[in-house]
Design a protein around this ligand. Structure first.
Ligand code: PMP
Length: 445
């Protein structure tokens, strides 16, 4: 059987204690600390296909996939071989190389963009795209949506979604920073609107539109749990382009995940700029931003907007990204199989929760899924306020029920899970069996 019960976390506990002594909270990215669900974060020793193995030797079916990059599954042979091949020739040149050209050609072709610039993280991509939008338009303000996360640049840590929904207490006001250390003056340059509320965006743009450099958004939200945009909201987003503001699709999560051209391709979006991360680097540190040639030509050294990176275009990272995207492109059935697995998982969870008398509301699109622990009809959770009505304690207990049965689910109610192409029927059956038991646990007090 693929699942196994575990009460053995001695090695992870010991590592967590050592980590806490030398690293804030013991982790290098907050959500990894299991703060909202409690318990010991598992320290991972290795990962293959759909599975993780922790420091105590326990195996888990993984639904995080490194928070998105591992769409092919962990340690995929094509990616491993491409990185091993690149490794023979040196790890960083600080000078241009052929792989950067190849990946840029591939990305622009798949996404219908003119030009792309590589960074080393999604945060750098969104931060740079906003600077570019301000440089191109000569305007100062940006608009973002409550519960959307775009990385941790100062001006974007405003009403910023999952990690902050999970780890910070207290109500957040209009344009209030969601982190200490962000000056109100920075936050004041970021206007916040409601996701899936076209009238709110129209009103905001009617009042301030002439000052707005860019509207940045998650085309499918992963960072408040999965939220799917309505056609009316997408139409309102496109209206901002008529007012001289650039439309920036943050596809760091959805790029190459929902289709070869991300949510943009799936939903018929026409952004001016797009940001990528995660899958574009195949599990190595890569981000990118790209789009219209006339806008991208404002980037240094061609144009006046400065942006740089010592390790940008790193040959190992480019090799991993190239192998991942080429594998995705070569396998015509891959997105259909991901959708099929994930919709079966969604249907299974709905049926099992109903059978156990547990209220959940499932949002699912392609290989992204969130079960919100609340009684709203399936598919009806559309914005941050509705997502926040979930029973996070119930979710936390269900999460622990899954984890103890060998299923590594995202450790927060306000995250998407990510299914990989390595997940097969065997993993689906084992997951639903564990989910059945975890729902039953909720009825035992
Ligand atoms: N944008 C979105 C939509 C994201 O989901 C993330 C990370 N989860 C980021 C930006 C930031 O990317 P990174 O963590 O690579 O800096």
């Amino acid at each position: 059987t693929t699942t196994q019960a575990t009460s053995q976390t001695a090695q992870s506990e010991a590592l967590f204690a050592r980590a806490r002594a030398v690293t804030p909270g013991g982790v290098n990215s907050p959500v990894r600390a299991f703060k909202s669900v409690g318990g010991t974060p598992r320290f991972i020793r290795e990962a293959h296909g759909a599975y993780l193995t922790d420091a105590d030797g326990t195996r888990y079916i993984d639904y995080i996939g490194s928070w998105g990059p591992m769409i092919l599954g962990h340690n995929h042979p094509a990616v491993r071989e491409a990185v091993a091949d690149a490794l023979q020739f040196g790890t960083s040149f600080g000078a241009p190389g052929e792989r950067e050209v190849e990946l840029a050609e591939l990305v622009t072709r798949l996404t219908g963009t003119d030009k792309v610039r590589f960074t080393s993280s999604g945060t750098e991509a969104t931060m740079s795209a906003l600077r570019l939008a301000r440089g191109f338009t000569g305007r100062k303000l940006i608009v973002k949506f409550r519960g959307n996360y775009h990385g941790h640049a100062d001006g974007l840590l405003v009403e910023a979604g999952s990690g902050l929904m999970t780890n910070l207490d207290g109500a957040l006001g209009e344009s209030a920073p969601s982190s200490a250390g962000v000056p109100e003056e920075y936050a004041a340059l970021t206007l916040v609107s409601e996701y899936n509320d076209p009238a709110a965006l129209d009103t905001l743009m009617a009042e301030r539109g002439a000052e707005v450099a860019a509207v940045i958004f998650e085309p499918v939200v992963g960072n408040a749990g999965v939220l799917i945009p309505t056609p009316e909201f997408l139409a309102a987003l496109h209206r901002v382009q008529g007012m001289g503001a650039l439309l920036i699709a943050d596809e760091v999560m959805t790029g190459f995940r929902l289709s070869l051209n991300g949510a943009t391709g799936l939903l018929g979006l026409k952004p001016d700029l797009t940001c990528w991360g995660k899958i574009i680097g195949g599990g190595l540190p890569v981000g990118a931003y790209g789009g219209r040639g006339d806008v991208m030509d404002f980037v240094s050294p061609q144009g006046p907007v400065y942006q740089a990176g010592t390790l940008s275009g790193n040959p190992l990272a480019m090799a991993a990204g190239l192998a991942t995207l080429r594998t995705l492109e070569a396998d015509a059935g891959i997105y259909g199989r991901l959708e099929s697995y994930t919709s079966q998982l969604a249907d299974g969870l709905k049926t099992l929760a109903a059978g156990a008398g547990v209220a959940i509301s499932v949002n699912q699109i392609g290989s992204m899924l969130t079960p919100f622990f609340q009684g709203a009809p399936h598919g009806s959770v559309r914005d941050y306020a509705q997502a926040a009505r979930s029973d996070t304690q119930g979710f936390g207990r269900w999460f622990q029920g899954l984890l103890s049965r060998g299923i590594y689910w995202a450790p927060s109610q306000f995250e998407s899970i990510f299914v990989s192409a390595s997940h097969t029927g065997a993993e689906l059956d084992a997951t639903l069996e564990a989910a059945r038991a975890a729902f039953a646990d909720l009825n035992q007090t």
